[in-house]
Design a protein around this ligand. Sequence first.
Ligand SMILES: NC(=O)c1ccc[n+]([C@@H]2O[C@H](COP(=O)([O-])OP(=O)(O)OC[C@H]3O[C@@H](n4cnc5c(N)ncnc54)[C@H](O)[C@@H]3O)[C@@H](O)[C@H]2O)c1
Length: 272
Amino acid sequence: MIDYLSKFKLDGKIAFVVGGLGLIGREVSIAYATAGAKTIVLDVNTDQGELFEKTMKKKGYPFFYKHFDCSDMDSLDENFLKLLKEFSSPNIFINCSYPRTEDWVSASFEDISLKSFQKNVDIHMNSFAWSARLAAEAMRGANQGGSIIQLGSTYGVVGQDLTIYENTDMHENMAYAVIKGGITNLTRQMASYYGKYDIRVNTLCPGGLEGPVAGKSNAQSKAFVKQYSNRTPLKRLGWAEEVASSALFLASDAASYITGATIMVDGGWTAV
Ligand SMILES: NC(=O)c1ccc[n+]([C@@H]2O[C@H](COP(=O)([O-])OP(=O)(O)OC[C@H]3O[C@@H](n4cnc5c(N)ncnc54)[C@H](O)[C@@H]3O)[C@@H](O)[C@H]2O)c1
């Protein structure tokens, strides 16, 4: 009989988690480490990263933090090579980062500037694309297969429903649609090319999650939460741990025949 539960374990695997200090990335890092993977958090906040490493190591997990700026495009190849030298090629590569400019919340069609649009596409979409390519090439070179997971969004698949922003100070975001749409289709193209090397590439698309407003530190307004929940079949926002559970599944051998997929973790948002 097949031991189905063991398929979800990550023992002996190496996982790189870009943006592993964020709302989603932190839960993903915990999920991977507790499932048995040697987990390397790659992010840009050294104080928080070192604290996270210490806390997880104390609990007995092989857990590391490394400063890694995936938007530093000029040094990306060189910095990734350093990681490979230190940890060897990952079996799992997930990008949960959320690079954005300071004026990110002013990216509505009426307010966005060309400069800001171009910058955000570069630091977010282009950095996701190039980092994923570097990971895939490392996996190919190591001849060990692998799983690459890109964080997309419902808004890389459908347009934004503007009614949920009524009576709030939130707006639609032009750049986000381009960025997440681009990431989602690159995933399909990578799945097409790297499938023969047993490298699986998938996009994980959360809907709105409970947490701070993206680009701000303040909480989501009551009006937004109510309107978002009403519009969603499961009648609530999602939780980061629900995205992490799906990230664990996609990383594991339980998902061995899934590649090129766009996995929605959105409470049914895109179903209606
Ligand atoms: N939170 C949501 O509701 C939601 C919904 C749909 C999709 N997403 C997507 O999921 C991903 C994670 O979102 P989140 O809410 O956890 O974001 P977050 O802002 O909480 O965390 C992002 C993390 O990325 C790190 N980061 C930023 N720039 C970086 C860089 N250049 N290099 C490396 N690390 C960098 C930050 O330090 C932070 O730890 C994003 O790509 C986002 O678009 C989030």
